[in-house]
Design a binder for this molecule. Sequence first.
Ligand code: AMP
Ligand code: MG
Length: 364
Amino acid sequence: MARDAIADAPYPAHPRSAMDGFAVRAEDGVGPRAIVGEVRMGHAPPGAVGSGQAMRIPTGGAVPEGADSVVPVEDADERDGSVVPGEAPQRGYAITPTGEDMRRGDLILRAGIRLDARALGVLATLGITAIPVWRRPRVAIISTGDELIDPDKVPGPGQIRDSNRYGIAAALRGVGAEPVHHPRALDDPAKLEAAIERARAESDAIVLSGGSSVGVRDLVPRAIDRLGKPGVVVHGLRVRPGKPTVLAALDEKPVIGLPGNPMSALMIFRTIAEPIFRRLTGEAEPRGVPAFARAATALVGRPGWTWFVPVNVEIDGVERKIKQLPIRSSHTSLLARADGFVIIPEDRPRIEAGEAIEVHPFLQ
Ligand code: AMP
Ligand code: MG
């Protein structure tokens, strides 16, 4: 949402009972009270509660004038039109005071949060029914590679199914962007440039995958650089996997080149591209709670490199244990087998067994 949500009034608007029981005056002590009426939900109390009086009240009912305590029904002895509390009522007991939940003018939700289940409930409570939001950015997806075929085809020798676009599309939806599938680009400079140029005209950002390994075939960064300024800003990161990542822009539009390897593509999406797309959606910091687990065995990276290690997390009593997966990062099945990944920083390339470390989930 694009605007702060401020409480327009105190919530609750009047003192409210937190229990089913009897609204009474505490000063009457343990004495009997005459039951003078009943508070009904959705209505103002039928009158006030005077000395020696009580009014039946449901949970959530508006506390009548004069009453300053609620005796829960299970602590009350009711007979012949009067009620006796089991013990002397405490002032304020079982009463939610006016404005205890929200005071008028309180900042309840900040601009930049996502309208999730929690936010919608709070906004409806505040009577905010028209909510300014940012438009979902349209992000073009282009897969590159002569070897790629559609997933409903059977690969011939040397061919593989184009899987990245589906994972990337879901990841984009997950951050609030609108993915737009564009035709695949062959590993041909002119065709790739044409594909990027078309996508650029129709979208707010572009995500490519593949074609960015450093070498003769680093088609993607060259094509971007030929199409405009500022062009490629970063080509190659000291991360594994994910080295052949391209961060670029054409005018104001981000152009991200993800590695071709499907798992690397999603790890780089999550760690590098996601904050860029979040910015485009207007979302400030995501509100997730980080998940930590303990390394079952030492995890070893390499000095000067950031390593992303796919892992399983096993629950062992109250402990969560990280197990490194013993297969190559180029194996797509890691996306099915891994629960997430951990990051071994470049300046601390060894995580000892027993150390707690954050586990990053893949995007939904
Ligand atoms: P590249 O960066 O083009 O050299 O690609 C690196 C690896 O990722 C190669 O094995 C490609 O076949 C693979 N790859 C590239 N694009 C895709 C894609 N869209 N879906 C699945 N695998 C891909
Ligand atoms: Mg390729």
